[in-house]
Design a protein around this ligand. Structure first.
Ligand SMILES: Nc1ncnc2c1ncn2[C@@H]1O[C@H](COP(=O)(O)OP(=O)(O)OP(=O)(O)O)[C@@H](O)[C@H]1O
Ligand SMILES: [Mg+2]
Length: 252
């Protein structure tokens, strides 16, 4: 395998006359965490959907280990773990059952349907919950967990897929700063310890600097910053956000 696990090249997406993504590209090696920054409307969620294979871009491609993500089917789709701003758990199910849902791509369909998982799946789900610090909450209904705990369950669910890449769209936007920092710390440690590639969109430049290895900055659908996180300073921040009130027409 080349050093590049996850590759986006020339990704473009239009909605009518609006260009949401314009020739976006990056490469990511195993064990690298990329923060995706950019003002509202810059195209972060659109890129997330293209990276996840949820949407085929108008142009360009996204490849995992050389294979187009849009072509991944069944259990191969489980190589991409997804984490959302609003957690996307099944509220009436327990934390453990939500994590087991991450295994569905690994068991024959009828077993998934009956939700009868074997001992190895159960052990894996418990170990994933343990890893995110929630072993004491396995049987608790997901909708009674705090927001930070729900996001940890969502990360455990992604881990149970045994993915090669985790893509997270604003995973800390609904959390208080302490919980948000804990989630990013967790993603960073998983990324580095397991050699996963992680892409994580954020609205906080200071979090990107602290937790990511690289920063990709999108503005109006274009990559305007692509630097090591340590090099993301005031100049790059200005490039990304400066004059925004003028851009939106909201300036006095
Ligand atoms: N399904 C769609 N139909 C039409 N326009 C869309 C669609 N999805 C996104 N857009 C437009 O594409 C642009 C990028 O939107 P996107 O949601 O990717 O931005 P974002 O960077 O995620 O913003 P935020 O930080 O507010 O979440 C916006 O102008 C948006 O209105
Ligand atoms: Mg968004």
């Amino acid at each position: 395998m080349s050093g590049h696990l996850f590759v986006a090249e020339g990704v473009g997406q239009r909605y009518g006359a609006r260009i949401a993504l314009d020739n976006v590209g990056f490469t990511l090696a195993p064990g690298q965490m990329l923060a995706l920054l950019g003002p509202s409307g810059a195209g972060k969620t659109t890129l997330f959907r293209c990276l996840a294979g949820l949407q085929q871009p108008d142009s360009g491609r996204v490849a995992l280990d050389g294979r187009d993500v849009a072509s991944l089917r069944g259990r191969e789709r489980r190589r991409i773990g997804l984490v959302f701003q609003q957690f996307n758990l099944v509220g009436r199910l327990s934390a453990l059952d939500n994590v087991l849902a991450g295994r569905l791509g690994h068991v024959p369909a009828w077993r998934g349907w009956l939700r009868t998982f074997d001992a190895a799946d159960l052990a894996l789900a418990h170990s994933c919950l343990d890893r995110v610090g929630l072993s004491g909450h396995a049987d608790q209904r997901a909708d009674t967990l705090s927001g930070g705990q729900q996001q940890r369950v969502a990360i455990a669910r992604a881990l149970a897929q045994q993915p090669d890449v985790i893509i997270a769209d604003e995973p800390v936007a609904s959390l208080d700063p302490g919980s948000g920092a804990g989630i990013l710390e967790l993603l960073k440690s998983i990324c580095h310890a397991d050699g996963l590639a992680v892409v994580c969109s954020l609205h906080q430049p200071e979090y990107a600097r602290r937790y990511a290895d690289r920063v990709l900055g999108l503005r109006a659908g274009r990559v305007v910053v692509d630097v090591a996180a340590a090099d993301f300073g005031p100049a790059q921040q200005d490039t990304l956000y400066d004059g925004l009130l003028h851009d939106t027409g909201l300036a006095p």
